[in-house]
Each structure stands twice: as structure tokens, then as C-alpha cells.
Design a protein around this ligand. Structure first.
Ligand code: WTA
Length: 573
């Protein structure tokens, strides 16, 4: 078998086997002041600690988009986030309140988010592409009292229908402020706020700081709740896996609306005190290569879909940029094809390191390391301090080579602590005593490497983003022409999967390309652009169980021309 040999340098994780045998999470606590004071706040550790330890003048954030180019030191970020913290306090926010952040990537987003964490609020990041219904579902479920947004996005917040939502804080000039007492100008409130660090709320390690909404195969999006203690793992995987060092310029391409964009777009890098690049705007190969070139990025964390799009770009795009600053590349979110790893090796002369984890796991769990060989196509091996296994449905561990449920021994620091308002859902993950069951199917080989095989539910990973078929189906049937809808992920060369919808029309509607487009526009304007079915197929009726549930497994089999399996529960009327 093809293997990419271990790197020959000196790394933050030099001896994987030894760390696995001796490492204890307690050791990591010593890196933080709270191990002595007992007072903790992840935002303080992320920003202020560096100032207090003499690294205040170091560049923390290098931000750019089409119109702006700015940089901020740790001292500057400390002052700005302290000021934001005072502002939240002045507006009545206190520990445990849910504050949503609904903004495009910008320095203001990072300040708004960390400032809220400083006062002990639980932040809910929302991806900027979300439209009204998606925004509403999340604000409703979490009973958020505040949302921070921009003039461009504010109209998507249906505030009349959200009794708990007291304040809509708008960053930038807006004609909305003043029109209702709910709308408040953030710039004005910031200007009135103090900038000392007395607004910090010292909390317990087990207090929450973030609520990431994510999709399952059934039901509404679920609020995955993480606590301050997660910092131990953000910090330590930043060392072991991202291999971060003092002089690194690090770039994580994920948006903070998704967990990768917070755990590794904010906390992992800044807990380790490295310079963090944020690039606003949309993806284009030229822009991305240009970003690496411009900032001399050394460590780059991205996703398979992006790598595949770069692979497909004209060779000149690559030749126009100097990418020689790169020394370490990583990937997450979907299976990383061996072909992409080979491309990375050819083009950058570097190995692409796959990492596996989930919104629910809060931080990386199964990874490839610079000091270990890579088997292209494998997600790698569990980090020290974490045990992973393959178990059957009763919790029996399976031998190497056998496929089963990818499961993690419970108790790692960044593990979710609850699903907001939904204990039964939370408990489903831990139905097998002692294990967290991921919902992914995998096997382990004789050398302890894990190999991803698929999801065992209907969750769709499209272009690295996680979408639930249920939310899309529910929206589709709200369209006047749609009687029934079933949504699946269809394998796609570039995006991993695309969203495909099977639709049965209401009486009186005829299938046509115009109708397809109209339905796509409907989803785009009410739910989100990334939730639009790229393919729609009309059917006279959809396969359903006798209890009326759409059988997505049959739709998938139709799509892939595979046998449909056991149809005994199908309603044949
Ligand atoms: C998938 C993203 C294959 C998996 C951090 C998981 C992966 C889901 C990998 C979580 C990988 C993540 N190889 N599949 N290296 N990493 N996945 O919550 O199906 O957006 O369950 O978290 O992404 O997606 P989520």
C-alpha cells in the first residue's frame, strides 16, 4: 500500500506512541492561569493572556477583503473585546444569556463574538447565508435575547415573531436604528463603553460559551452546547495537529458560522498566540492562492471541496503565486480522497493531513500528524488522551478490518455538554454505555488507522457544509406547487455530495424547468443558498412508510441504480 512517510523535522508532537501512553489532560491545565486562580474565561485565555505575558504587540489578526485591509495586535484586540464586553453589560447581557452573531466575516465579527464570551454569554454563530426561516428556527429554539448583525442582514431577522429577542445590535450605519427600540446602533453603544478589563465574567470550567446549531437527519437543527473547558483541547490540538509555533501565520478558511471556523478559526490559533489570517468574501482559486502569497501563510487548514476546486483551476492560477511559505496543510469535513493528497504532494511538495471531528465533539479527535506516516484515504489515529473504536450496535468492539459505528470513549474536554432544550436527542448519542456514537461508519486497520466509510443517517455533507434533509424538505413542501419532497445527497466529484430533491407536485401543476428554478429560488431566499437542491427530479409519488415517512434510502437506491432492499414497511397505495 501507498504510504507517505513521516516528516523528518522537529514537531510539537514528536513521539505519538509515547504521548498516547503518558499524556493526561491535567498536564495541559498548567498552561493557563486558572490552574492557580480557579477563575476562567476562554476569551481571556484567547486574547488577554498574551498581553499579560508580554506578547501584546504581536499581530493577532490579519484581515482583508475586497475593500478593507487591516491588522490588529493582541493588545488592540484586548481593548476592543473589553469595550464590547462593557457594551454588552450596559445593554443588560449577563452570564448564560444567548447572544447570536449574524455577520459576514470581518474584524467586527471576531470582536462581537469574543466580547460576548467575556461577559459569560453563550454565543450562537449564524452563517451569513441563512435566510429568514433558518434564522428564526435557531433564535426561537435558543430563546436568544440579543443578535448582533449588519445592515445587509438585518431584514432577515423576523423580530416580531421572536418575543425573547430584546435587542438587535447593528454594526455599521443603518436606517433601521431608531425605528423600534429593539434596534440599537452598535457603533454608538461601543463609543459609550469603557475599555478596561473589569467587565470580564469569571466562570466555571463547565459553564457554556458557545451554541452551534447543526443538522441531523430528523427534526429541527439542534443546538450543540460547549463549555469553557473545551479550551484545553483547542489549545492542545493546535499544538499536536496544527503544529503551531511562535512564528506561524495560520489560515483557517472556514467561516465562524460553522464549528471549524470557531474552534480552529478563533480558539485553536489564538490560544496558542499565533498570527491568524481572516479573508472575507467568496472563494476563488486566484484569491485563495493570493491570500497565502500575500501573508506568507505557513499553516493552512481547509476542506476537501476547496482542494478539489483548486485542483480543477487552470494551472496558471497556481503559477501566478509564490506559495513557498507553506509548511503544513490540513483538511476536515469530508472524506479526503487519496487523489487530492497526491495532488497536494505534487503541487506543494507537502502532505495534506486529514482530521476528523464533528460539531458535537467540539475539537479534533482522529488525525494525521507531521511525525507519523500518512495512509492517503485514512483519517489517521486518535489524538493522545482520547480512545476511539469501532463498535457494533450493542457496544461490542470490532476487530481490525470490520466496519461498524465510529465511537469515542466519553470524557474528552471539548465534548458537547448538552443539546439545547433537547435531552432525549442528547442521550441518543450516548445510548451505548461509555461511548459517544458518532453516526459515521468506519473501520480501523491493523496499524490503528481509521478509514471513513459514510454516514449511517441521512445527513448530507455538501461542499464541507453539513445540512439536514428534513429542514429542506419542510421548506420545499411550503412551496405552492409541492405536495411531497424527499431530499438526499448525490455523490459529486467536486463537492463530495450535492443536494438532490425528489418532488411530487400538487394537482394542477406541470413539471418544467421554470418550475425547478422557481423552487430553487424559493429555498435560496427563505432558507439558505447552500441548502438549495442543485438537482430536482419530479415523481408521481414518493416512496413512504405506512406511517407516512419518506423513505430516503429508497430514493438513494433509485439515484444510484442500486437494489432498494427491504420494502416491507413501504406503503404501496
Ligand atoms: C464528516 C465538521 C470524512 C463526518 C468539523 C462527520 C468527515 C461530519 C471528516 C461532521 C473527515 C468530518 N473525513 N468525513 N476527515 N471530518 N467529516 O459537524 O460525516 O459539520 O460526522 O463538523 O463531517 O460535520 P460537522
Amino acid at each position: 500500500m501507498e504510504i507517505l512517510e513521516a516528516g523528518q523535522g522537529t514537531y510539537q508532537l514528536q513521539d505519538y506512541q509515547k504521548e498516547r501512553e503518558t499524556f493526561d489532560w491535567k498536564q495541559v491545565e498548567k498552561a493557563f492561569s486558572w490552574s492557580e486562580t480557579g477563575k476562567v474565561n476562554i476569551a481571556y485565555e484567547t486574547i488577554d493572556r498574551h498581553v499579560n505575558e508580554g506578547r501584546g504587540d504581536k499581530k493577532a489578526l490579519l484581515y482583508s477583503d475586497k475593500n478593507r485591509e487591516e491588522s490588529y495586535t493582541f493588545s488592540e484586540l484586548k481593548e476592543k473585546t473589553d469595550q464590547a464586553a462593557h457594551m454588552y453589560r450596559n445593554l443588560g447581557i449577563s452570564k448564560g444569556d444567548r447572544v447570536f452573531i449574524f455577520m459576514p466575516r470581518s474584524p467586527e465579527l471576531y470582536v462581537a463574538l469574543l466580547g460576548a464570551v467575556k461577559v459569560g454569554a453563550v454565543v450562537g454563530p449564524l452563517f451569513e447565508a441563512f435566510m429568514q426561516d433558518a434564522v428564526k428556527a435557531r433564535l426561537e429554539d435558543s430563546e436568544a435575547s440579543m443578535i448582533v448583525t449588519t445592515p445587509d442582514l438585518v431584514s432577515r431577522i423576523p423580530h416580531e415573531d421572536l418575543p425573547h429577542l430584546k435587542t438587535i445590535l447593528i454594526s455599521g450605519d443603518s436606517d433601521k436604528t431608531g425605528s423600534s427600540e429593539k434596534f440599537v446602533s452598535m457603533d454608538e453603544k461601543l463609543a459609550e463603553a469603557d475599555t478596561d478589563d473589569s467587565a470580564i465574567e469569571w466562570v466555571d470550567l463547565e459553564d457554556g460559551f458557545i451554541l452551534h446549531y447543526t443538522s441531523g437527519s430528523t427534526g429541527k437543527p439542534k443546538g450543540v452546547y460547549h463549555v469553557h473547558k473545551a479550551m484545553l483541547q483547542h489549545y492542545q490540538t493546535g499544538k499536536w495537529v496544527l503544529d503551531l509555533r511562535e512564528d506561524d501565520v495560520y489560515w483557517c478558511t472556514a467561516d465562524p458560522g460553522w464549528v471549524t471556523g470557531t474552534s480552529y478559526g478563533i480558539f485553536g490559533p489564538w490560544l496558542n498566540g499565533v498570527t491568524n489570517v481572516v479573508r472575507g468574501g467568496r472563494f476563488s482559486p486566484d484569491d485563495w492562492y493570493g491570500t497565502i502569497d500575500k501573508y506568507n501563510v505557513t499553516v493552512w487548514y481547509s476542506a476537501p471541496t476547496a482542494f478539489r476546486m483548486l485542483m480543477a483551476a487552470p494551472q496558471e492560477t497556481l503559477k501566478n503565486h509564490d506559495l513557498s511559505s507553506l509548511r503544513h496543510i490540513l483538511s476536515v469535513g469530508e472524506p479526503l480522497n487519496p487523489e487530492v493528497v497526491r495532488w497536494g504532494w505534487d503541487v506543494f511538495n507537502l502532505r495534506i493531513h486529514d482530521t476528523w471531528w464533528m460539531t458535537e465533539t467540539g475539537a479534533m479527535l482522529i488525525c494525521n500528524y507531521p511525525s507519523e506516516p500518512i495512509k492517503p484515504g485514512s483519517m489517521g489515529k486518535p489524538i493522545p488522551g482520547v480512545d476511539a473504536s469501532i463498535v457494533d450496535d450493542h457496544g461490542n468492539e470490532l476487530p481490525p478490518g470490520e466496519m461498524g459505528n465510529l465511537a469515542i470513549k466519553t470524557g474528552w474536554p471539548a465534548q458537547m455538554r448538552k443539546i439545547w432544550n433537547n435531552e432525549p436527542k442528547f442521550n441518543e448519542y450516548f445510548a451505548i454505555e461509555g461511548w459517544y456514537v458518532s453516526g459515521d461508519t468506519a473501520y480501523r486497520d491493523e496499524d490503528g488507522y481509521f478509514w471513513f466509510q459514510g454516514r449511517n443517517d441521512d445527513v448530507i455533507m455538501t461542499a464541507g457544509e453539513r445540512v439536514g434533509p428534513f429542514e429542506i424538505e419542510s421548506k420545499l413542501v411550503e412551496h405552492e406547487a409541492v405536495a411531497e419532497a424527499g431530499v438526499i445527497g448525490k455523490p459529486d466529484e467536486i463537492r463530495g455530495h450535492i443536494i438532490k430533491a425528489f418532488i411530487a407536485l400538487r394537482e394542477g401543476y406541470e413539471e418544467s424547468d421554470e418550475l425547478k428554478e422557481q423552487i430553487q429560488k424559493f429555498i435560496k431566499s427563505e432558507l439558505a443558498a447552500h441548502a438549495v437542491p442543485r438537482e430536482i427530479e419530479f415523481k408521481d409519488k414518493l416512496p413512504k412508510t405506512r406511517s407516512g415517512k419518506i423513505m430516503r434510502r429508497v430514493l438513494k437506491a433509485w439515484e444510484l441504480d442500486e437494489p432498494t432492499g427491504d420494502l416491507s414497511t413501504m406503503d404501496d397505495n
